[in-house]
Write a protein that binds this ligand. Structure first.
Ligand code: AGP
Length: 610
């Protein structure tokens, strides 16, 4: 959601902070601000709008303002986007400046208490309460003041704080909101996401929950718990470099990421697919085969697109491995009283590894004694660190807010998991080989589909003015219908509903007229004929149909107005192919409607608040 950047070293802080903020804009972007400290004091610039607006208002400032600073891009939670609500926030004496990700849940009580003490507030934010508290406790020891302030607050935070009279230190702390420290050559960087600092260093510390770090000049840092117990943090190396954060000639990150999928699927398969044995290996699960064999139930927990991937996982695992699977929204699971038996395995699925609801669900499942495994993309993320084991996607950074390559990588990992579990329980060597060979072929089949980009664009041109779309699919392609509809809504702001095709007649069929196109996943599988009947039902009511069908299907053109053909694969893997045209369709419709594809309104890439 919001983004934090900090710098302390020998270079000028300003360009590093601005560049870092630009890299983080995909996380949240309704306002931006910067605070720099030098021997002459504290300077703050902030305003509503994107980082470009911040650049505009800082154009005339003296850039050599100092070698220490903190900066922030905001995604509003408490208080509308405005200059006064933007971060950094200060205490009323303007001695300290603070940027914050997360939510201070008891801010209202604390605010009333501070007001009674005569402290004046300027903004409507929860963050200002924290800034005022730090200011109240500040007596020349910034870390001590931050510690005392954090003892008063409930909620989540990733914070960075500077003091006007201490141009030698940044204090950062976290609970529930990620912070990563970049360890450079006599310099230290701080960010809520490593993409903001990877240009400067690949050596990082992932700050743990309830830890505080003091960053000093000359690259010296000091880490403690919030109770001031000293700790030695682990150093990690980032797996990607700055190039992977560039658009690489594509107009948008989303399009680049759609086109990366043949490669990212290969990355997810690498070293894990054992073709000759007709099975898979997933060493990161950290579970012995004996334990895997005794599993009686699996629960997948996720949000958004990751939840759609989980739904495909449910179909696959029940079908091939015969293990009962449940799929839960993390936001529901965390507040229910879920029943987790002794042989239940919980998987949390998250691209970012930082989604607040998924993280909370993980903790709830752990409290209940479950073994919780993760399927994550972001290496070193909170979810990756807190799970007992798991599988990385290795898809590289996903910048476009609309998840594309992470979805197909999640499906790939879930297919590998299915193959592994299936071979342990139900399926023969030859059935295992059929799945393994089909998986191996997926990257080149995705490549073939991507060659139809121009055709998909033509279809988008015909329909981009429409305001409502229905996405229909059955079996393995029902979750794909949900995902196609989500892609369209989030980047083009067009209303779209995903439905199991046969459920249409229980309600949504009432919506169908010539203004409401239906995108139908008509894949040749055991229920193809039923899907054709569903298409007829749409047509009979004047609706036009865009079908996703298999190459060689001569029947479909009689029924659908437009057909996008995809190569044939085995049914369990068909979502890996059928989703590609839907990603492209959403992309082109959004582009033709002039939408901000990589940064859609109201959305943030990583939802680190409830
Ligand atoms: C996907 O296009 C969305 N932007 C969103 O639904 C996302 O999948 C969801 O917020 C979960 O994110 P995660 O995978 O990082 O946990």
């Amino acid at each position: 959601m919001c983004g934090i950047v900090g710098y302390i070293g020998k270079k000028e802080a300003y360009p590093i902070l601005i560049e870092g903020l630009s890299a983080l804009e995909y996380r949240g972007y309704d306002s931006a601000g910067i605070a720099m400290v030098d021997s002459t004091g504290l300077t703050i610039y902030k305003d509503k709008g994107k980082v470009d607006r911040l650049k505009e208002i800082t154009r005339s400032i003296e850039k050599e303002k100092g070698a220490i600073g903190i900066a922030h891009t905001r995604w509003a939670t408490h208080g509308a986007p405005s200059k006064v609500n933007s971060h950094p926030h200060t205490d009323d004496k303007e001695r300290i400046a603070l940027v914050h990700n997360g939510i201070i849940e008891n801010y209202s009580i604390l605010k009333d208490r501070l007001k009674e003490e005569g402290i004046e507030f300027r903004s409507e934010t929860d963050t200002e309460v924290l800034a005022q508290l730090v200011g109240k406790y500040y007596e020349n020891d910034l870390a001590a003041a931050v510690r005392r302030a954090l003892a008063d607050v409930e909620g989540t935070f990733g914070i960075a704080v500077v003091a006007k009279d201490q141009p030698e230190v940044i204090v950062a702390a976290r609970r529930g909101s990620p912070l990563v420290v970049g360890v450079g050559d006599n310099e230290l960087l701080l960010a809520s996401d490593a993409s903001a600092i990877v240009r400067h260093t690949k050596t990082v510390i992932y700050l743990k929950d309830n830890n505080l770090i003091e960053l000093h000049r000359d690259g010296i840092y000091h880490t403690t718990t919030l109770e001031n117990v000293q700790i030695t943090p682990e150093l990690h190396q980032l797996e990607y470099d700055a190039e992977s954060l560039a658009k690489g000639g594509f107009e948008h990150f989303m399009l680049k990421e759609i086109f990366e999928q043949p490669q990212t699927i290969k990355n997810a398969l690498r070293g894990r697919l054992l073709i000759a044995e007709g099975t898979a290996r997933l060493d990161g699960l950290n579970i012995v085969h004996q334990e895997l064999r005794s599993i009686e139930r699996i629960i997948f927990v996720a949000c958004g697109t990751s939840w759609h991937a989980a739904l495909v996982g449910e179909y696959m695992i029940e079908d091939i491995a015969g293990i009962p699977v449940e799929v839960e929204y993390a936001s529901e699971f965390r507040y229910r009283n879920p029943i987790i038996g002794p042989n239940t395995l919980v998987f949390v699925i998250s691209q970012s590894g930082e989604t607040a609801d998924t993280l909370a669900a993980l903790r709830e499942a752990s409290h209940k004694g479950a073994t919780v495994l993760g399927i994550c993309n972001a290496v070193g993320s909170s979810i990756a660190r807190e799970t007992h084991g798991g599988v990385y996607l290795h898809a590289g950074p996903e910048i476009g807010v609309a998840s594309t390559k992470a979805f197909t990588s999640q499906l790939t990992v879930l297919s590998l998991l299915t193959l592994l579990l299936g071979r342990m329980r139900r399926i023969s060597h030859s059935d295992g080989m059929t799945i393994a060979n089909a998986l191996q072929a997926i990257p080149s089949q995705v490549e073939q589909i991507l060659k139809q980009n121009v055709k998909v664009k033509e279809i988008a041109r015909i329909y981009h003015h429409h305001s409502n779309f229905l996405y229909l699919g059955r079996s393995y392609n029902f979750p794909v219908a949900l995902e196609g509809a989500l892609k369209l809504k989030e980047i083009s702001y067009v209303h779209a509903e995903g439905y199991p095709a046969a459920e249409m007649k229980h309600g949504p069929i009432a919506l169908i007229d010539k203004e409401m196109p239906s995108v139908v996943l008509a894949i040749k599988d055991s229920i193809y004929d039923k899907v054709i009947s569903n298409i007829q039902e749409v047509k009979a009511r004047g609706g036009s149909v865009i079908a996703i069908a298999n190459e060689g299907d001569c029947e479909i053109e009689k029924h659908a107005r437009h057909v996008i053909y995809i190569p044939k694969t085995i049914p369990i893997l068909s979502p890996l192919l059928s989703v590609i045209p839907l990603q492209l369709l959403a992309y082109h419709i959004a582009a033709m409607r002039g939408c901000e594809i990589d940064q859609p309104r109201n959305l943030a890439k990583s939802v680190t608040v409830e």
